[in-house]
Ligand binder design. Structure first.
Ligand SMILES: NC(=O)c1ccc[n+]([C@@H]2O[C@H](COP(=O)([O-])OP(=O)(O)OC[C@H]3O[C@@H](n4cnc5c(N)ncnc54)[C@H](O)[C@@H]3O)[C@@H](O)[C@H]2O)c1
Length: 337
């Protein structure tokens, strides 16, 4: 298959290597406004060729496209790709704002061109096993789900400025995991955020954003979701999920690379080294996610995360953002449309 890749930054550069290593992909066509990013990818990946613009790439006769450009570019690129009939993978979130995401959803409603939104935890073997345990009834009635994403260090200010903020950019992975693992939709959220007093204003304060946040989610069946996030977890990249039921409890992310130091006397676990970034913690998840997209593009399987599905996650992020800004619980039906 000839696959296009738009955006070659932190995740796009990584996706280029992952895609190039997949059996499905015979040729990779790439573009990014930053020439050095394009040169780096074409220099190290023999099957990658460069295009001058996203439009040129979309008109180059590709079998599918992966959008890994900055969040603010998603909506326009998604519409341009799907309206050309190209199966499309788009990194989370769907768009830079809820209004844009709704506009994309409404314009593409009824289209039979498959779209997959990128939530890699749905492909992480440990998250999949946790979901399977819930679905098989091994935990009995689930009462609490705890999901954590702690980044080691903040992304660049330019990234944060167009990211949509902590809840839409980072916590959104946890919101999706809580929905996906339980199979339950959110009814109400209550979120709080804090700003690192030592951080430059351009990172958080100027964007009305937060460096740490927590969100309580009430799901439709009464299950409680507890989500925890920070941009500054010096010990490493911490992605974890715990699911507690009346019969049993399971956790994903409890491996030797868990960035936590036990203070329990005599306990040396986890032995480390700690995970440092999403690239090492979620390598296999990204590989499986993009392999699934190739099968979607080939017409072999339906999209594992449609726009409609991803909107369920987006509304939690919208409600959490409003909740943290206004200091009150927010029902999903107050923001969803
Ligand atoms: N699924 C995940 O775990 C995960 C992890 C990181 C990032 N992301 C998402 O991936 C996207 C990119 O994140 P990143 O960390 O790589 O950001 P980044 O800032 O490192 O890279 C973005 C790249 O997009 C390019 N770009 C910007 N506008 C463009 C346009 N109109 N057309 C083509 N290229 C354009 C920039 O030049 C840059 O190279 C974001 O939407 C982010 O939310 C997802």
């Amino acid at each position: 298959m000839r696959i296009g890749l738009i955006g070659l930054g932190r995740i796009g550069g990584f996706h280029a290597d992952t895609l190039a290593a997949l059996d499905h992909v015979t040729e990779l066509v790439v573009t990014d406004p930053v020439a050095a990013a394009v040169d780096a990818v074409t220099a190290r990946i023999g099957k990658a060729t460069a295009m001058a613009s996203p439009e040129a790439l979309l008109d180059a006769g590709i079998d599918g496209v992966v959008i890994a450009a900055a969040t603010s570019a998603h909506a326009e690129l998604l519409l341009a790709a799907v309206e050309r009939g190209i199966p499309t993978f788009c990194e989370k979130p769907i768009a830079g704002s809820a209004d844009e995401a709704v506009a994309v959803r409404d314009r593409l409603r009824g289209s039979d061109v498959p779209v997959q939104i990128g939530y890699p935890r749905r492909f992480d073997p440990a998250f999949v096993a946790a979901r399977d345990a819930v679905r098989a009834g091994e935990l009995g009635r689930v009462h609490t789900v705890r999901s954590t994403t702690l980044d080691p260090a903040p992304p660049p200010a330019a990234y944060l400025a167009v990211s949509g903020g902590m809840f839409r950019d980072c916590a959104v992975h946890d919101f999706d995991a809580v929905r996906w693992v339980t199979g339950q939709e959110a009814v109400e959220v209550y979120a709080v955020g804090a700003v690192d007093p030592d951080a430059p204003a351009e990172l958080y304060a100027d964007n009305r954003d937060w460096s740490s946040a927590s969100t309580l989610i009430t799901l439709a069946d009464g299950t409680i979701g507890v989500v925890s996030n920070t941009r500054t977890n010096a010990r490493g990249y911490d992605v974890r999920l715990e699911v507690h039921g009346v019969l049993d409890s399971v956790a994903a992310g409890l491996d030797e690379g868990l960035p936590l130091r036990s203070t329990q006397p005599g306990i040396t676990w986890p032995a480390g080294p700690p995970h440092t970034f999403f690239v090492d913690r979620l390598t296999e998840a990204f590989r499986r996610e993009l392999a699934a997209f190739c099968r979607v593009a080939a017409g072999e399987i339906p999209s594992p995360c449609t726009i409609e599905d991803a909107m369920g996650t987006a509304w939690i992020a919208e409600a959490a953002t409003l909740s943290a800004l206004e200091g009150r619980p927010v029902r999903i039906d107050e923001v969803a449309r």
